[in-house]
Design a protein around this ligand. Structure first.
Ligand SMILES: [Zn+2]
Length: 145
């Protein structure tokens, strides 16, 4: 099912881990509506960079989020967050391009190998963060560092 011109519901709920571990990752109708908004933002990003946008993780059911070690209040649980890459760009370049584009997000997080794009049904916080994954857990710093 197409959520927008270039993005399908299937790619926004696909998970190799869910498939491998037979984790149910079917979205609720509310999640599908949120993913439709996400797809709209992905169209804006696609137009910005002029290249296809690859989704590495979109919606995560509670079981899948637990399996991947996602944050307990992760936007992925509501279908309001997506992790993306663009072939031919580093994640840092992609994060910087989105940051300077004027595209309104709740959270933009440079996560090293990918970029986390988060929306909200409330007032967007326009946070720009860099995540570092260490043995003691994930730490965040302000901006793209
Ligand atoms: Zn994410």
């Amino acid at each position: 099912m197409n959520l927008s011109e270039h993005f399908t519901l299937e790619e926004l709920v696909a998970s190799q881990l869910a498939a491998r571990q037979r984790i149910d990752n079917r979205p609720t109708p509310v999640v599908v509506e949120n993913l439709r908004r996400v797809a709209g933002v992905l169209e804006q990003i696609r137009a910005l960079v002029g290249k296809p946008v690859m989704v590495s993780s979109g919606y995560r059911s509670p079981a899948l989020n637990k399996a991947v070690g996602g944050a307990p209040a992760s936007g992925h649980l509501d279908g309001l967050a997506v992790d993306i890459t663009v072939p031919g760009m580093t994640a840092r370049e992609l994060a910087a391009a989105i940051r300077h584009s004027g595209i309104v997000l709740d959270q933009l997080i440079y996560e090293g190998d990918w970029v986390h794009v988060g929306l909200t049904n409330g007032k967007p916080r326009r946070q720009v963060l860099t995540a570092r994954f260490g043995p003691g857990g994930t730490t965040y710093s302000q901006g793209i560092v």
